[in-house]
Design a protein around this ligand. Structure first.
Ligand SMILES: *Cc1c(COP(=O)(O)O)cnc(C)c1O
Ligand SMILES: [Zn+2]
Length: 388
């Protein structure tokens, strides 16, 4: 299999604040944050790079008890002070030992968040950006958690919000979105049909698409997952960082965050990223194990892991590159394994959402990883959607 080494970017000092440049991941064309299109003319998806130094000694602002304690590693030039108005204390989630039976497994309790999923990391940063840009109305589409997070922060920012969700999604998530005053559109058909409907509203009405897929600022927020791990584990990152993968917002955030830690000289060795998908919707799994660089859309069947049921991940190529660059792996789990994992977790005192049970199912059922230090994220709360 081809191992695509991604070179670290070169950095140089220019003032105190980290400067961010938006560019096309297809043709490298650059854009200003204010005039950032949804995608490049070439069809390429937009990414971010920095053109300033990251200083290790500025990594943590210890007086701030939210993920914005890492703001010197976040795109402050784009979000300004807007984060101060909207923060709900997101981040700072505990890292705990799973328990005696699995001695090398730690769990990052990332559902301990204002809206009960890790999506608050990306949504808080993205809505801070929208607020700083003076945006009055945003649109988002989601299977639930990203929509909930965007709705909550938009409410806090005083920004009007429309969320598109697939019909038949967990009622709890839809209720939560609705409670924040967002307009909810339930769309029949696939997850992709929901995205298409949101996109249509964005284009027709020229609105800000607060998308966790298209907007690269979401991934700046999810970087804080590994920043926290680094601080909480006193610089000793585990050998394996496990991540569920649908659109790859946590996976890419982890990857970019790790690159930042390396660039700043805080780490010298990279962990592996172990990505987890459901067998019923496994486009990344298929591409990875076929040695492909591009991801083919998957003819998805329904899965209990609704949070990772993404048949056509728009950042697929970047996700594959990230996993291969860090010599990682992609695993896929059966529905029955998800059910068993959910029951085992509950028996061990954990009440997580079903998509999170899928990540744990991959860990439980792959003992070849049990001799090495791992952190598995609990991305969503069981109270939103659970089969146990
Ligand atoms: C969004 C979500 C995922 C998947 O994240 P991606 O960014 O789509 O890869 C996994 N678990 C939960 C609970 C989620 O909300
Ligand atoms: Zn381009």
């Amino acid at each position: 299999m081809k191992n695509m080494r991604v070179k670290f970017k070169s950095y140089w000092i220019r003032g105190d604040i980290v400067k961010t440049v938006v560019y096309c991941s297809g043709c490298s064309k650059e854009f200003t944050v204010k005039n950032m299109p949804l995608t490049c003319n070439c069809g390429g998806i937009l990414s971010l790079k920095r053109d300033s130094e990251l200083c290790a000694d500025r990594f943590v602002c210890p007086e701030e008890w939210s993920m914005f304690r890492y703001r010197n590693f976040l795109p402050l030039d784009s979000i300004g002070n807007a984060w101060q108005d909207i923060t709900l204390g997101e981040g700072m989630t505990p890292v705990i030992e799973y328990g005696d039976a699995l001695a090398n497994l730690k769990v990052k309790m990332d559902y301990m968040m204002p809206t009960l999923s890790f999506k608050d990391r990306g949504a808080s940063l993205l809505i801070a950006l929208a607020k700083n840009l003076g945006i009055k109305e945003v649109v988002q589409d989601s299977s639930g958690n990203a929509g909930t997070a965007v709705a909550a922060y938009a409410a806090r920012a005083g920004i009007k919000c429309s969320i598109f969700v697939p019909a038949g999604n967990s009622r709890k998530k839809i209720q939560q979105i609705f409670a924040h005053g967002a307009k909810v559109y339930e769309i029949e058909g696939s997850r992709e049909d929901t995205a298409a409907a949101a996109l249509k509203k964005v284009l027709n009405e020229n609105l800000f698409y607060a998308s966790h897929v298209y907007n690269p600022f979401f991934y700046e927020g999810t970087k804080t997952y590994v920043f926290e791990l680094y601080e909480q584990l006193q610089g000793e990152l585990p050998d394996c960082i496990w991540v569920p993968v649908g659109n790859g917002t946590l996976l890419l955030g982890c990857y970019y965050g790790l690159l930042d830690l390396m660039t700043a000289g805080l780490i010298t060795r990279m962990p592996k990223l172990i990505a987890v998908q459901s067998n019923n919707c496994a486009p990344i799994f298929n591409a990875f194990h076929s040695g492909n660089d591009m991801v083919e859309p998957f003819q998805g069947r329904k899965t209990l892991a609704e949070g990772i049921a993404i048949a056509d991940p728009k950042r697929g190529r970047l996700i594959l590159q990230a996993i291969r660059d860090l010599d990682g792996d992609v695993l896929a789990v059966e529905e029955d394994a998800i059910r068993k994992a959910a029951a085992r977790l509950a028996a061990d005192g954990f009440y997580f959402e079903t998509t999170t049970a899928a990540t744990f199912a991959a860990y439980f059922d792959n003992p070849r990883y049990h001799n090495t230090a791992s952190v598995v994220p609990a991305c969503g709360a069981g109270i939103k959607s659970s089969i146990v």
